[in-house]
Design a binder for this molecule. Structure first.
Ligand SMILES: [Zn+2]
Length: 289
């Protein structure tokens, strides 16, 4: 290898070259190129010194890499936690909002239901009051209708026994007759007992209430002045008998069955039936047509 530098600067290394020994300089330069550590780029004059260095440098590099990755992992975990917190916060806010909306809707719904119930109750009272009013025939063209009406009423009067029920009497009758069989027989037996015991005259076996219009749930009875009266929807009769029945039902459960939890469902079922006017009158109808 010949050195042809004249300006004393090495083409490869940019170092000032010792003019007297240019060949030695290049020798050292090229051998260092071949003995460079791949981890830290430090060069060595001999392969042996590179090998000595290499063993230490490799371990150090590994440790550095581990430290580096650990710090990366920590960074990502922190980011992840931040994102999670963010989404949880959003989720909680949404949930709060939905719950608030739901509560508002529920309140509104309850308010409407209450209003409707009040209106319904008022409406029922009005119907009942109207139905109770005695019929007055003021115009000529209703004469024929009134005649038919009177005939029908006469029929009803003949068919029915006097509606002479009082709650005390009912309570006394039920004390004797509402027994374990009635209790266990459920709605069917309770309806039968009410029809035969409470709403039938014991002497004549005539019913005290009749259903005159099944589709409209219209009932009629004859009062103590022999006047035909209507009981729309069975309301009046139901109001009269539901409380004594309910008391008799609980008496059997408490006294005869010693509050035994096994019969609680039956008590509940009977009670639900007794207090449900529609269901009650529906079952009573077959005994009263
Ligand atoms: Zn190295």
């Amino acid at each position: 290898m010949v050195c042809d530098y004249t300006d004393l600067v090495c083409d490869y290394t940019d170092l000032v070259c010792d003019y007297t020994k240019p060949v030695d300089h290049l020798k050292i330069y090229f051998s260092e190129q071949m003995n460079t550590c791949e981890y830290c780029d430090v060069s060595f004059t001999t392969n042996q010194s590179l090998k000595r260095h290499y063993g230490r440098c490799k371990e150090k590099e590994k440790r550095n890499l581990i430290v580096h990755y650990h710090s990366q992992i920590e960074k990502y975990e922190k980011q992840l936690q931040e994102q999670r917190d963010h989404y949880e916060k959003q989720l909680q806010e949404q949930r709060d909002q939905y719950e608030k909306q739901l509560q508002e809707q529920r309140d509104q719904h309850e308010k409407e239901t209450r209003l409707i119930k009040e209106q319904l109750s008022e409406f029922k009272n009005q119907i009942f009051e109207i139905a109770k009013q005695p019929k007055t025939n003021v115009t000529n063209h209703t004469t024929q209708t009134t005649q038919t009406h009177n005939n029908r009423n006469t029929n009803i009067i003949n068919q029915l026994a006097i509606y002479d029920l009082t709650q005390d009497q009912i309570t006394q009758l039920l004390a004797q007759h509402y027994n374990l069989d009635t209790f266990h027989g459920g709605p069917e037996e309770i309806a039968k007992l009410a029809a035969r015991l409470l709403l039938t005259d014991p002497q004549t076996q005539k019913p005290k209430v009749a259903c005159t219009d099944i589709s409209r749930k219209n009932f009629k009875y004859v009062d103590e002045e022999q006047e035909v009266q209507v009981d729309p929807g069975f309301q009046k009769t139901h109001d009269l008998i539901k409380e004594p029945l309910s008391k008799a039902n609980i008496r059997v459960y408490v006294e005869d069955l010693n509050n035994d939890d096994r019969y609680r469902d039956q008590w509940r079922k009977n009670e639900d039936f007794i207090s449900d006017r529609t269901g009650f009158s529906d079952k009573m109808i077959k005994w009263m047509v």
